[in-house]
Design a binder for this molecule. Structure first.
Ligand SMILES: Nc1ncnc2c1ncn2[C@@H]1O[C@H](COP(=O)(O)OP(=O)(O)OP(=O)(O)O)[C@@H](O)[C@H]1O
Ligand SMILES: [Mg+2]
Length: 484
């Protein structure tokens, strides 16, 4: 390989056909004069633009059926010509410098073109040099060179993560892997499970109970997850009424009065609430508004007056003490009910965290735009992080996550995207340059992921995600199958 050009933070390297090169790999440009090396990553492989090459190719492709005679190559230049024709140009991005064995992000120098030697840098040695901590290793999978990639669970602690990619590329699989690894290290995990695909994490692929069986609790709203009004704070109820059920301000005042009245009389139940609203002497519109919201709450099946049925989140977290996952099964429930449950969950989590009943919690949210209200997005990345809610958003529609959220994301696990709009949305906002994202993400194979951010020391790395021996249930249900 030969150093050719540098433009901005892009370096072009001339490579010859014999050298096996792939996008995403790292190369080291060693400048022996200064005893330092530039770390660069290949983001594209092109043919080298050599003057006269078009003419040469055209000449070669003309049909020579009518030309008789022998093709003599007395000077034996043909192999050289082919060699030149196949020369490649590697487009590389500068990522850092290794000097005296220390890897830094210093990129403000130019290696010698004449005396630099260029070699491949294996991902394993890059990760070793980057000193990615290995105190709490999470095995993500392997690189193309089949060396394993481990990240440190501490780099997920207190962080905002995004898992995105097009349909069926392995996003949920990745989030399951991360969630179970956190559980292994004793962390409490909450999953907002939109498609009911995390419910069987406690079973291995052959249907047997696995080591997570006692640590995974599935809460299905309206079934084994019901709450009483008594365990709720008025603030959380008001959020539900405002944001999920769109109660107008005037009626909210009346509701507050009713709530306080019931609380003072220690009769805060759904039955009493309905009774009081129905018999309330107030503006007719206000009463109608309250009535309709009351019936929505009742219909959700999420509320109960029976204390034996009530679910205490505090107890649920106690039951997974030492590491475990609460899966909130949002499958098969209406969009309004989903919002009610999520409002309650987040309100309650903040409550438990502020009262120090819980140290911190890792929240995994699949397709959060379907149930998370506008104002929560910013809240989650700013305020809630201080309380100790560390979120991982999982989505196949990158434009549903706002640009400012991407910018604050500490880690992005990026799967394949082919659609230009999607690529644009991710590339504009992620911390690494747009070209890298577009060029590498477009060609990622299924189950392969480009990891960006702190977990990989800001060195983008392509990983083939390892398989999990759990019932992942992520498959799309098909009509035309052999079982029929
Ligand atoms: N690294 C992997 N090794 C083995 N199987 C995998 C891997 N990643 C994903 N799968 C399998 O591929 C299928 C699709 O994966 P998954 O459900 O994670 O995709 P997804 O991107 O979340 O899809 P969707 O957009 O439908 O939510 C699942 O059956 C899953 O078990
Ligand atoms: Mg999924």
């Amino acid at each position: 390989m030969q150093l050719y050009r540098k433009e901005g933070n892009t370096i072009q390297i001339l490579s010859f056909p014999a050298e096996e090169i792939q996008k995403g790999e790292y190369v080291l440009i060693k400048d022996s004069n200064h005893d330092r090396s530039l770390v660069t990553q290949i983001i594209d492989v092109q043919f080298a633009a050599i003057p006269g090459i078009l003419e040469e190719l055209l000449r070669n492709s003309t049909t020579d059926e009518h030309i008789c005679g022998e093709n003599l190559d007395l000077l034996e230049v043909a192999p050289h010509v082919t060699y030149v024709q196949d020369a490649r140009m590697l487009i590389c991005k500068i990522r850092g410098t290794i000097q005296n064995g220390i890897l830094s992000t210093n990129t403000g120098w130019l290696p010698s073109r004449a005396s630099s030697s260029i070699t491949k840098l294996s991902t394993a040695s890059l990760l070793a040099q980057a000193r990615i901590g290995n105190d709490l290793p999470i095995d993500l999978g392997e690189t193309r060179e089949t060396s394993s990639v481990t990240i440190d669970a501490q780099m997920l602690d207190g962080k905002l993560n995004i898992v995105t990619g097009k349909k069926e590329t392995g996003k949920s699989h990745m989030s399951k892997l991360l969630a179970l690894s956190l559980v292994d290290y004793g962390a409490p995990v909450v999953v907002l499970d939109l498609n009911g695909e995390y419910a069987k994490l406690g079973f291995s692929s052959d249907g047997q109970k696995n080591e997570y069986h006692r640590r995974v609790r599935v809460l299905t709203p309206g079934d084994n997850f019901k709450i009483t009004l008594k365990q709720m704070k008025l603030r959380v109820m008001m959020n539900i009424l405002f944001h999920a059920l769109h109660l107008p301000g005037a009626s909210a005042q009346e509701f507050r009065r009713i709530w306080r009245f019931l609380k003072d009389h220690d009769t805060l139940t759904m039955r009493e609430l309905g009774e009081v609203i129905r018999n309330r002497r107030c503006n007719l519109h206000v009463r109608d508004a309250l009535c309709s919201r009351y019936y929505s709450l009742l219909d959700s099946g999420f509320f109960t007056d029976n204390h034996e049925e009530e679910t205490s989140l505090k107890k649920a977290f106690c039951s997974i003490h030492g590491g475990g996952a609460l899966i909130i099964n949002l499958q098969d429930i209406s969009s309004i009910n989903r919002q009610i449950v999520v409002e309650f969950m987040l309100g309650e989590l903040v409550e438990l965290l502020t009262q120090s009943k819980l140290k911190a919690v890792f929240l995994f949210a699949e397709e959060a735009h379907l149930y998370l209200r506008e104002t929560y997005w910013n809240d989650i990345v700013t305020r809630m992080r201080h309380f100790g809610i560390f979120t991982t958003f999982v989505t196949n529609q990158p434009n549903t996550i706002r640009e400012n959220i991407y910018r604050q994301a500490d880690n992005i696990f990026l799967f394949n995207f082919t659609n230009e709009h999607d690529l644009e949305a991710v590339s504009r906002a992620s911390k690494v340059d747009a070209e890298t994202v577009k060029s590498i993400a477009r060609e990622l194979l299924p189950h392969h992921c480009l990891v960006l951010g702190k977990v990989v020391g800001d060195f983008p790395i392509v990983v083939k995600v390892r398989a999990l021996d759990v019932q992942t249930m992520g498959q799309t249900r098909l009509f035309f199958t052999d079982e029929n």
